[in-house]
Design a protein around this ligand. Structure first.
Ligand code: SAM
Length: 326
């Protein structure tokens, strides 16, 4: 296993397979979308497979596929089967908006997907349309039902936003009553492709917790899983759990075991850094596996201590989360 310069193990890769998305969530990108990369600038599946093999030899055992929306890229399922067969990869998960996912759920079961994170900020069709600028809630709910019916472990991701979906907190929390899902409330981050953010974030993890405690006075703190970014709670008697993720307040950097590869093959050792290694350039100039390994090790030995240090080194973030993967 490889440890970084702050003695944190690196075991978890988040791999963005595309920067394209079929939603236009206002907190992620402007209405007109972002300038997508030409296909030639995206890593090919073969390049991604090779990188996963190299990283698995360094101790990465868990991979999460993300994007953009992973299912808009052709050939994704074949790629997932090949990744699943990679030596050393013990857990393969995916994050999706669920618009195209429902018909693929049976194959995800056969594949042995570890868990699916489904992004769903609201259960109200009109609010969904306002937030995502697309009328796709029925398709996303179809995916949720299919995941539950097929007993795939599900985490539901909801970004908490003033004036947009506060009334959804109890509606989403209620999903944990009869389903063994984890509903995760996430602080909004500035990765919106516009470079603007709030002078002060209204809905911090503390305020989200206060709101939930007001709604559910018996809310019980749970043991978090190791390396978890979420502080986990349970409403007494409910099957599922509720997670609160301080994604902007950045309270969990001390146990961060993750690295990211963007769709264009840039390594990020912190969500808030500006990309620390152009892996695509290495691949396309003929780097050997030993050279790739050496470059990864060097990057892991210079990880920022936390997201504040990473952001300080680069200046304010402006890019869309669709280029990173979240
Ligand atoms: N398309 C997939 C999806 O919607 O789940 C995967 C990519 S998406 C960028 C991953 C996650 O990032 C989603 O749950 C989304 O809500 C979250 N996200 C995007 N922009 C964000 C922001 N500015 N702040 C907080 N979360 C954000």
């Amino acid at each position: 296993m490889i440890f970084d310069n702050h003695n944190r193990p690196i075991t978890y890769l988040r791999l963005a397979v595309t920067d394209r998305c079929n939603l236009r969530c206002f907190y992620c990108m402007p209405e007109e979308g972002i300038k997508y990369l030409p296909k030639s600038q995206l890593l090919t599946y073969e390049e991604m497979e090779r990188l996963v093999r190299v990283l698995a030899r360094l101790g990465v055992s868990k991979v999460r596929i993300t994007g953009g929306e992973p299912f808009v890229r052709n050939g994704l399922m074949d790629f997932l089967w090949r990744l699943k067969a990679t030596e050393g990869i013990e857990e393969l998960n995916i994050t999706t908006n669920g618009v195209l996912t429902e018909p693929l759920v049976p194959e995800l079961v056969r594949l042995g997907i570890g868990s699916v994170n489904l992004s769903i900020d609201t259960l109200d069709r009109e609010r969904f349309r306002q937030i995502t600028r697309r009328d796709e809630l029925p398709a996303v709910q179809g995916t949720l039902n299919a995941l539950l019916e097929n007993k795939i472990p599900v985490k539901l991701n909801a970004v908490v936003m003033e004036g947009k979906n506060i009334e959804d907190l109890p509606l989403l929390a209620e999903l944990t009553r009869n389903h063994p899902v984890e509903v995760r409330f996430i602080e909004e981050m500035p990765f919106n492709g516009e470079g603007s953010h709030y002078p002060v974030l209204n809905w911090t993890h503390r305020r989200i917790l206060q709101e939930l405690q007001t709604l559910y006075p018996g809310l019980e703190r749970q043991q978090d899983s190791p390396f978890s970014t979420a502080a986990t709670y349970r409403i007494p008697g409910y099957q599922g759990t509720i997670g609160i993720i301080a994604a902007f307040t950045r309270t969990f950097c001390g146990t961060c075991n993750r690295i990211r590869l963007t769709a264009q093959g840039t390594l990020k050792t912190c969500l808030y850094d500006n990309g620390v290694l152009d892996v695509r350039a290495l691949l396309r100039t003929g780097a050997t596996d030993a050279e790739l390994t050496a470059a990864f090790l060097k990057a892991f030995a210079h990880r920022p201590k936390n997201g504040f240090e990473a952001e300080h080194e680069r200046g304010p973030v402006t890019e869309s989360m669709s280029t990173i993967g979240g």
